[in-house]
Write a protein that binds this ligand. Structure first.
Ligand SMILES: Cc1cc2nc3c(=O)[nH]c(=O)nc-3n(C[C@H](O)[C@H](O)[C@H](O)COP(=O)(O)OP(=O)(O)OC[C@H]3O[C@@H](n4cnc5c(N)ncnc54)[C@H](O)[C@@H]3O)c2cc1C
Ligand code: SF4
Length: 418
């Protein structure tokens, strides 16, 4: 039986409630919602289709534009994008665009609708390093343009953070698998447990140089795989990073053994994912200590409400100053106050970063991003995309950057590699 960790936290619309929600849409002529989707989806158009009982047409509008339409329907922070400018906000509340997108893409899955098709063979070959949403979006677009596409992924399952980071109660396995199957159905091959690295490493791998000998272009989508670790927690044996914990939670389907008292440190969406997952996996006491004060929280309101509803204890305004075998001392940022918490497990959720040193990637980095906008490296056949490229670090931006990279590669290949 499915546990709470794997049970979707939001209810789906029924045909009647979807119609009710779509009927609230004002069908704006100059729809503000359509200006704000990073992936370029036009919500006004698909909501109109739902309203006129054309759910298939709605699904087509979404899918033509976004190979991860069903994923974005569940995880996109719509309050920052399409819903932010929704005209209906002036009357009561914005249209639930994500919920209606989920309704349309669930319908697409139920009727096995296939919108994407491979293009006529061009004889050109592209290798993609990393199978996150950016790499796989580019893979879909490049197959639609008729190029051969092979994806190499170092983990045992594809999907990047969709399969190894975002918790299953927000993004179920079967939704991720369906999106990836659709891309594989276009003729994309994905080789897992295969790392692209420098020459001198043993095991299943190949180097960038090998790829460049076998392919006309290489797209690199490494994502942010390395956690930041607070220096104070570095040597504490009870500490693990949020990325390690979330990966284990997902791969164990929420059944891993956990102790009764867990301390989480961090205040972003990832910290809320960790804290809420722990509660949904049955941990009795979950305390999240946050550096920011409540008026400055970095997480979304939705994730915050989810953690509060799950029963997480949130303590704001404290910074860890000392840790020893599960006992952490914090100081308040403003007040002259200290706090000591002893836990069986400490999970640090203070950010993640890119790690490309093993890839022999010839790009100039500016902090966590490539220094130039767009797909640019010193070798004209090597392109980069995803979280490593400039822009928001969200799935919908990964889709946008995947599409941009595919377009740049297609132009490069069809203009004879000039
Ligand atoms: C816990 C968590 C929750 C999140 N929640 C949300 C959310 O709710 N909404 C949202 O929009 N965004 C969310 N994000 C952000 C979102 O997941 C990322 O922005 C997105 O996944 C980035 O896509 P990507 O394709 O660039 O990289 P990734 O998804 O990180 O995928 C990169 C892939 O490359 C592989 N790889 C790396 N190096 C190599 C190599 N040398 N050889 C072979 N393979 C390699 C990695 O194993 C990985 O599978 C979340 C992120 C995390 C960590
Ligand atoms: S802005 Fe809001 S009300 Fe107007 S078309 Fe878009 S979803 Fe409908």
């Amino acid at each position: 039986m499915q546990g709470l960790y794997e049970t979707e936290w939001k209810c789906a619309y029924t045909p009647a409630t979807a119609m009710e929600e779509a009927s609230r849409c004002l069908l704006c002529l100059d729809a503000p919602c359509s200006q704000d989707c990073p992936a370029g989806t036009d919500p006004g158009r698909f909501i109109r289709s739902i309203r006129f009982l054309n759910t298939e047409g709605a699904a087509e509008t979404i899918r033509e534009n976004n190979p991860f339409g069903a994923v974005c329907a569940r995880v996109c922070p719509t309050e920052r994008y399409c819903q932010r400018g929704c005209s209906r906000s002036g009357i009561d509340r914005p249209i639930d665009i994500g919920g209606l997108q989920r309704y349309a893409t669930d319908y697409e899955a139920a009727i096995n609708l296939e919108v994407m098709e491979p293009g006529a063979d061009t004889g050109k070959k592209v290798a993609i390093v990393g199978s996150g949403p950016a790499g796989l979006t580019a893979a879909a677009r490049l197959r639609e343009a008729g190029h051969v596409v092979d994806v190499f992924e170092r983990r045992s399952t594809p999907g990047g953070m969709l399969a190894h980071g975002i918790p299953a109660y927000r993004l179920p396995d079967d939704v991720v698998a369906r999106e990836i199957d659709r891309i594989v159905g276009l003729g994309v091959t994905i080789t897992c447990d295969f790392e692209v690295t420098s020459d001198d490493v043993e095991g299943d791998h190949c180097s960038m140089r090998d790829l460049l000998e076998r392919y006309d272009a290489v797209l690199v989508d490494p994502g942010f795989q390395k956690p930041f670790v607070l220096p104070v927690l570095k040597d504490d044996p009870r500490h693990v990073s949020a990325l390690e914990f979330l990966d284990l939670a997902r791969t164990s389907k929420g059944t891993m053994d956990l102790p009764a008292n867990v301390l989480v440190i961090g205040g972003g969406d990832v910290a809320m994912d960790v804290s809420t997952s722990l509660k949904r996996m049955g941990v009795a006491n979950v305390t999240d200590v946050i550096y920011e004060q409540s008026c400055e929280f970095l997480c979304s309101q939705e994730e915050l409400r989810g953690a509060q509803a799950a029963g997480v204890t949130l303590i704001d305004g404290y910074v860890p100053v000392e840790a020893h075998d599960g006992t952490v001392t914090f100081k308040h940022r403003v007040l002259d106050a200290t706090l000591t918490i002893t836990a069986d497990l400490i999970i640090g959720a203070v950010g993640q970063r890119v790690e490309v040193s093993g890839l022999d990637l010839d790009v100039a980095m500016h902090g966590n991003e490539v220094a130039t906008a767009g797909p640019a490296t010193k070798d004209p056949r090597v392109f980069v995309t995803g979280d490593i490229a400039q822009g928001d670090k969200t799935v919908v931006w990964a889709v946008r950057k995947g599409k941009e990279a595919a377009q740049a590669i297609d132009e490069f290949l069809t203009k004879g590699g000039e």
